[in-house]
Design a protein around this ligand. Structure first.
Ligand code: ADP
Ligand code: ASP
Ligand code: MG
Length: 447
């Protein structure tokens, strides 16, 4: 079994739906196709939710109607047979009605989850009708029947495995279609795996069915060595180890949801990143036999807040850091980076929802300084500490950039440091010049 996940742009238009169908048709193995919502739809659903929360029902309804009109026009162009279009209209009417009903109720957190789930439910339905027109037999599975998370938002892997195998056994087809992103929570209510979560769905499904490969199809030819949104001269990386890919995803490489590599890595299932619009290009293979390469790629994670706790009571005092960590544990806030000196601890968080409570409690331990609008720059590769020259190669070009924290030595695959977000683009470009220029030239010559 292979899992093929297609992101928003891959199913963003009639033309692109057709491209996805042809990739699915070309894949001769048994497969589960995981789809995102059409591009822009989840953002629209977020803005509908925002309007309803603000009790702006009329503007929300305008957006709900506009979304429905867009769907109807896509269905009309995609489905040539009257029967196919008729079936689509029934489905679209149902989803239009769900959004309209929600808009009439008091807007709750649960209603928001229901709104957010509609994008993937519609895209998968339209896609299945299109496959039906192509006479490609398939079964549409509802992710709500097997994708479960616990009270902490963590996937329930054993339950997912059990449920999906039962659901698959009910059908005699070789092509299954299901939704990314959506799931059910501990209370059996509709929930989701957070923005970009369809990658995570694909990886969880791949692990649950013990797939031979998980393919993530998107709008770029695999993981690039640097963020193509901010750096011009980037190139596709041929292969990555699971650890490198996990670090890059966690530290901001948008091509992968932050947690999406973990299930594949735990089950040792290779992940192939491919371009829907250039299927002939090799993409990036993430597997456990990736050849060692000194510096593989760079990513950046924004919206980071640094907290410094300064206290002379730390001197020679054991148990001090434990007490500080307990404050973060109590508020379920995870720490990304940490550095210590004899009299201070600096650490970073990206979730600031409990910042006020955390800093209040930390005041008992010393002076607190909080710095926001920071970015973590993550460099992934074979950065084991016995390598000479790695750190000077990285920091040589950055002499004019103030660096707030550095973390190195925690893992063999990562060096990260903290800068002001206003310096991020400059840093990514300087590092690209300094670390990859020769490789980029080689790639150009080979291309
Ligand atoms: P999808 O909708 O298919 O899930 P995303 O927009 O989530 O696609 O991810 C693909 C995008 O990730 C690319 O278009 C690119 O702009 C961005 N991106 C950021 N960092 C990287 C990177 N290191 N390599 C490739 N793409 C990256
Ligand atoms: N549709 C969801 C989002 O836009 C999930 C995904 O595309 O991965 O965040
Ligand atoms: Mg994505």
């Amino acid at each position: 079994m292979i899992v093929l996940k297609f992101g928003g742009t891959s199913v963003g238009s009639v033309e692109n739906f057709k491209k996805v169908a042809s990739i699915v048709q070309d894949c001769k193995e048994n497969k589960i196709v995981v789809l995102s919502a059409m591009s822009g739809v989840t953002n629209t659903l977020v803005s509908i939710s925002d309007l309803l929360r603000a009790s702006n029902r009329s503007e929300a309804l305008q957006k709900i109607d506009a979304l429905n009109e867009k769907y109807v026009s896509v269905a009309k162009d995609l489905l040539e047979s009257d029967e196919g279009f008729y079936k689509a209209q029934i489905i679209l009417k149902k989803h239009h009605q769900i959004l309209k009903s929600v808009s009439e109720e008091v807007f709750t957190a649960q209603n928001e989850k229901i709104v957010m789930a509609q994008g993937e439910l519609v895209s998968t339905n339209l896609f299945q009708l299109y496959l039906e027109e192509l006479a490609l037999e398939s079964a549409l599975l509802s992710a709500l029947d097997f994708m479960f998370i616990d009270q902490h938002g963590e996937p329930k892997s054993a339950l997912i495995k059990d449920r999906i195998s039962k659901v698959l056994a009910n059908h005699q087809v070789t092509t299954f279609i299901t939704q990314g992103f959506i799931c059910r929570n501990e209370a059996n209510q509709i929930d989701n795996l957070n923005r970009g979560g369809s990658d995570y769905s694909a990886s969880l499904i791949g692990a649950a069915v013990n797939a031979s490969q998980i393919q993530i199809w998107t709008d770029i030819d695999g993981m690039h060595n640097n963020d193509p949104r901010y750096v011009d001269q980037t190139f596709s990386v041929q292969e990555l180890s699971f650890d490198e890919a996990a670090e890059l995803a966690y530290f901001g490489a948008k091509i992968l949801h932050p947690q999406s590599i973990i299930p594949a890595q735990e089950s040792n299932i290779p992940v192939l990143l491919k371009n829907t619009f250039k299927p002939e290009s090799a993409g990036t293979l993430i597997h456990n036999k990736a050849k060692v390469q000194k510096i593989r790629a760079i990513a950046a994670k924004d919206s980071i807040t640094a907290i410094k706790i300064k206290s002379y009571r730390m001197l020679m005092a054991y148990g001090f850091i434990k007490k500080i960590f307990e404050v973060f544990e109590e508020h379920k806030t995870s720490i990304d980076m940490i550095t210590t000196s004899e009299v201070a601890v600096s650490l970073t968080i990206d979730d600031t929802s409990k910042l006020h409570e955390i800093t209040n409690e930390l005041q008992a331990f010393g002076n607190i300084e909080v710095d926001s609008d920071l970015s973590i720059i993550c460099i992934a590769g074979d950065l084991s500490q016995n390598k000479k020259g790695v750190t000077s190669a990285i920091f040589d070009g950055l002499r004019n950039i103030p660096i707030r924290m550095i973390s190195y030595g925690g893992s063999n695959y990562n060096l990260s440091f903290l800068v002001k977000t206003t310096d991020k683009i400059a840093v990514l470009n300087i590092l690209n010049e300094g670390l990859f220029k020769e490789v980029a030239l080689e790639e150009e010559i080979q291309a």
